[in-house]
Ligand binder design. Structure first.
Ligand SMILES: *[C@@H]1O[C@H](CO)[C@@H](O)[C@H](O)[C@H]1NC(C)=O
Length: 316
């Protein structure tokens, strides 16, 4: 078959690869030659931003899953949840101060693979803070994630959404401390009630800027040891040394066995002119292994069921 060599043709084939680039992958964050992994922070993680009005609270819960699309635990009406493919979801709850009654006033995706839902691609980008050109990043260690693809319906039209998640190195924090436990549950939610308690949450709200003409921008801050540039290197080194030991163990065991068999066969061949099974050292024993095993099994079974088959009733 002859393939036409037009650029359009090439584009059709390359297209899926081009568009699948820059998916949000919690396991491999890379910027400026440095690697991070945020896999341990996978699963839905929430942060609350509360606005107090005169008669009501407006509480917005932002939930992000770095490793997989968010999934609601229970069946929820579509207008009260984010569409499939969402990685960062915003749910706005209005709570009446008098009677404490509340309702969800808005739920929309900020980022994710939302092309099929009327949004865009997450198009994840990582920026190393140490070498960032922004003045505000000076002296910070960590990495900034930029993700988009979401949309918010404003007056009947869609406004694009984008988020910055700034991962800041803090050696004393895992990153799941004191997180907000939202009322809107997600599957496999690993925020635990008892951790809600007090103390500063590792994941924090910084800003939600709605002033832009074309898009709204959410900024979150995540303090975690996984943002430290040393963390992944140390873990990799540890893994390598474990792997190294087992690899060597297996290689040496294999080589020893092989050497023994080859050298033994060579001896048998030269000294005794052995052929076939007789070539192998202990050839007889190896050949008998299946029979020995069978015999042994029979004995074990006999011992176990012994008294029964022999009608072993105690004499009265
Ligand atoms: C709303 O936010 C306020 C202030 O943080 C908090 O005390 C309250 O529990 C929140 N209510 C709900 C239903 O999220």
């Amino acid at each position: 078959m002859r393939l036409p060599r037009s650029p359009a043709y090439a584009a059709i084939f390359l297209f899926p690869f081009l568009t699948s680039a820059n998916l949000l992958d919690c396991n491999h964050a890379r910027a400026d030659g440095v690697d991070w992994t945020f896999k341990p922070l996978g699963g839905p993680k929430s942060v609350l931003h509360a606005d107090e009005g005169s008669a009501s609270w407006t509480n917005t819960t932002y939930t992000i899953d770095l490793c997989a699309p968010l999934k609601r635990k229970n069946d929820v009406p579509a207008d009260q949840k984010c569409p499939g493919g969402t990685r960062l979801c915003s749910i706005v709850r209005v709570i009446n101060k008098d009677d404490k009654k509340d309702f969800i006033s808005d739920a929309f995706p900020i980022a994710g693979e939302l092309r099929d839902q009327g949004g865009g691609y997450s198009d994840a980008k990582w920026t190393r803070l140490k070498t960032s050109k922004l003045d505000t990043d000076a002296g910070k260690e960590g990495v900034r994630l930029e993700i988009k693809g979401g949309f918010r319906t404003v007056d009947g039209s869609k406004k694009k959404q984008k988020a910055f998640v700034e991962f800041i190195c803090d050696k004393s924090l895992v990153g799941d401390e004191n997180l907000w436990d939202p009322e809107d549950k997600y599957g496999d939610g690993n925020t635990k009630r008892e951790e809600k308690a007090s103390g500063e949450p590792s994941l924090q709200f910084v800003d939600y800027d709605k002033s832009g003409k074309d898009e709204d921008v959410l900024t979150l801050l995540w303090k975690t040891k996984y943002a430290c540039e040393e963390t992944k290197k140390e873990e990799d080194a540890e893994k390598k040394s474990h792997w190294g030991f087992f690899t060597w163990f297996i290689i040496i065991a294999f080589l020893s066995t092989a050497t023994y068999l080859i050298f033994g066969s060579w001896l048998n061949y030269n000294r005794y002119g052995a052929r076939g099974w007789d070539l192998l050292p202990h050839g007889d024993t190896i050949r008998d292994v299946p029979y020995l095993l069978k015999d042994w099994m029979r004995r074990v079974l006999n011992t176990l069921s012994g008294p029964g088959t022999r009608g072993g009733y105690a004499a009265v």
